[in-house]
Design a protein around this ligand. Structure first.
Ligand code: SF4
Length: 446
C-alpha cells in the first residue's frame, strides 16, 4: 500500500506547513498575523453541537435546515494529545492494512493529510477510490459531496466514510435540488419541451454542474442530458454542452461558470444570474432567451476572499511576483492575476518553475502552506493575509480520523455516506459523459 502522501516530496526538510500550528500561535499571541476568528483554535468538536458551518471562511453562510450533523466525538479522542492520535491512526491503519484506504483533499489540514494514502482534488480522489477495489472502507478526509462522488464511483460493497458528518460544503449547499427542479420547470415554461431539439439539433438548455455539488444535483443533470465538470475541464465540458444545446444552465459556482465562459468569448450580457430566492431567478424572459450561460447564484466563500487589492499589494511588495488564482475566484481577481487554474494546475505550475520564483497564490491556505514547505527554493504565499481556512475541511481533525479507523478495527462502520440508487445511476451517467468528453490526463498521483 502507498502510505506516503502523494504530493509530498521525500527527502526535503520542509518548514512547518501546519496551518493549525500557525493559528494556535497567532491566537496565543506567540506569532504575528491574524485569523478570521479565534474560534479556529478550538477543537472542531466544539462546533458539532451547533448549527452552521463552523469557524473559517464559510462561517457567515446560511446552512440549509437539515444539513448532516456530527454526533458527539468520544471524549478520549478530544482529550488525546496530537502525538497519541497520530500513533493511534498509524496503528489502526497497520491493523486494517489493504482493507482501508485513506484519502486526503488538498485543502485538508496537514495533521490529517500526513496519514492519507492519496492526496488530490475531489475527482482525483474519487478515481483513487475506484482504483482500490480491494479496500472495504474508503475514509474520505474531505467534504460531503466528495464522499458522495467516491460512493458513486466505488464498488457496492465498499463503505465510504466521512470522518465528520458536519464537513459539508457551503458552495455545494447553495444549489438545492428542489430549487434546481423549480428553476428547470420555469425554464420549461419559457422554452417548451426541454428534450426537443430545434432545426439545428440543439435542445433549449443543457444543465452542467460543477463537481462541487450534491449527488442529487449530479443525478438531476444525468436525467436531463447534462454533464459534470471540474475546474480542470470546465472549458471542454462547456464546449460539449454548446454542441448539444442553445444555452447552458451552470451550477452551483457562478465564478467558475463566468470565468470559463468569458475565456471562451461569451459576452457578460449573455450570462444572466439565476438567483433561486427571486421570481424568475431575478432575471426576465428576454434575457433568458438571449442567454448562452445561465449562472446559478452560488460561490465558494474561501475563494471569494481574494481581491484585486491583494494582487496589487503583492505586485507592489514583490516585484516580479507570479500571481496564480483558482477559477472559483471572482472575475475581477482572475482578470488581474497572471494565471488561473485548478488546484492541480497551481501545483504543477509551481513544480515546473525552474528558477527560484515568488508566487502569490489565490486558493485555500492549507494547500498554499504545503506547497511553500515542499518548494523552499521558491517564495510562496497566500494572497489573503488573514488565515482563514475552509470551514468544512477544518471540521476533520485527527481525532475523528482516529475514531472512524478504530471503529473499523472493532468491526463497526460509522459515518457511512450512501447515495440512493435512483440518484446514483443518473449521477454516474453525468460523470461518464464528462469522462467521455475528456478523460482526466493523469488521475490521482500514486
Ligand atoms: S473550499 Fe469552497 S468549494 Fe471547496 S469545500 Fe470549502 S467551501 Fe466548498
Amino acid at each position: 500500500m502507498t502510505t506516503t502522501p502523494l504530493t509530498l516530496r521525500p527527502g526535503r526538510p520542509p518548514a512547518d506547513p501546519s496551518v493549525d500550528h500557525e493559528i494556535q500561535a497567532i491566537v496565543a499571541g506567540a506569532a504575528a498575523g491574524s485569523t478570521c476568528t479565534t474560534d479556529l483554535a478550538a477543537g472542531p468538536w466544539t462546533f458539532d453541537t451547533r448549527p452552521g458551518y463552523g469557524p473559517g471562511a464559510s462561517m457567515g453562510d446560511v446552512i440549509p435546515t437539515g444539513s448532516p450533523r456530527q454526533g458527539e466525538l468520544p471524549q478520549r479522542y478530544r482529550d488525546a494529545p496530537d502525538e497519541e492520535l497520530h500513533d493511534r491512526i498509524r496503528a489502526a491503519k497497520a491493523t486494517l492494512g489493504d482493507r482501508v484506504v485513506v484519502l486526503g483533499h488538498f485543502y485538508q489540514r496537514e495533521e490529517v493529510v500526513r496519514h492519507a494514502d492519496y492526496v488530490g482534488d475531489s475527482f482525483q480522489l474519487a478515481g483513487a477510490a475506484a482504483s482500490r477495489p480491494e479496500a472495504e472502507a474508503i475514509v474520505f478526509c474531505g467534504v460531503h459531496f466528495m464522499a458522495e462522488t467516491a460512493d458513486l464511483l466505488s464498488g457496492p460493497d465498499q463503505a465510504v466514510i466521512l470522518p465528520n458528518l458536519a464537513a459539508g460544503c457551503s458552495m455545494a449547499d447553495m444549489a438545492d435540488i428542489d430549487q434546481v427542479e423549480e428553476c428547470w420547470e420555469q425554464l420549461a415554461e419559457l422554452f417548451g419541451d426541454m428534450d426537443a431539439p430545434d432545426a439545428d439539433g440543439l435542445v433549449p438548455v443543457v444543465p452542467v454542474t460543477y463537481m462541487n455539488s450534491s449527488a442529487a444535483i449530479k443525478g438531476f443533470v444525468g436525467r436531463h442530458g447534462g454533464i459534470v465538470c471540474t475546474s480542470s475541464n470546465a472549458r471542454t465540458v462547456l464546449e460539449w454542452a454548446f454542441a448539444r444545446g442553445r444555452r447552458v444552465l451552470f451550477f452551483p459556482d457562478q465564478h467558475l461558470g463566468r470565468n470559463t465562459a468569458k475565456a471562451m468569448g461569451v459576452p457578460l450580457e449573455r450570462m444572466p444570474m439565476w438567483n433561486p430566492t427571486k421570481a424568475w431567478g431575478g432575471t426576465d424572459a428576454a434575457t433568458l432567451e438571449d442567454s448562452r450561460v445561465i449562472l446559478w447564484h452560488g460561490f465558494c466563500s474561501v475563494h471569494r476572499r481574494f481581491t484585486v487589492d491583494q494582487i496589487d499589494k503583492a505586485r507592489a511588495e514583490h516585484p516580479g511576483v507570479r500571481v496564480i488564482v483558482h477559477p472559483e475566484c471572482p472575475m475581477a481577481v482572475v482578470d488581474a492575476a497572471d494565471e488561473s487554474g485548478s488546484t492541480d494546475y497551481i501545483r504543477k505550475a509551481i513544480e515546473a518553475a525552474d528558477e527560484p520564483t515568488t508566487f502569490a497564490i489565490g486558493t485555500e491556505i492549507n494547500l498554499v502552506r504545503r506547497l511553500a514547505a515542499q518548494h523552499p527554493q521558491h517564495e510562496i504565499f497566500c494572497l489573503d493575509p488573514v488565515v482563514c481556512p475552509c470551514s468544512t475541511m477544518y471540521r476533520i481533525h485527527p481525532g475523528y480520523l482516529a475514531w472512524v479507523l478504530e471503529e473499523l478495527v472493532a468491526g463497526r462502520v460509522v459515518n457511512r455516506i450512501t447515495v440512493p440508487q435512483d440518484v446514483a445511476e443518473p449521477g454516474r451517467v453525468a460523470l461518464e459523459r464528462m469522462l467521455a468528453a475528456k478523460p482526466p490526463a493523469a488521475g490521482a498521483q500514486k
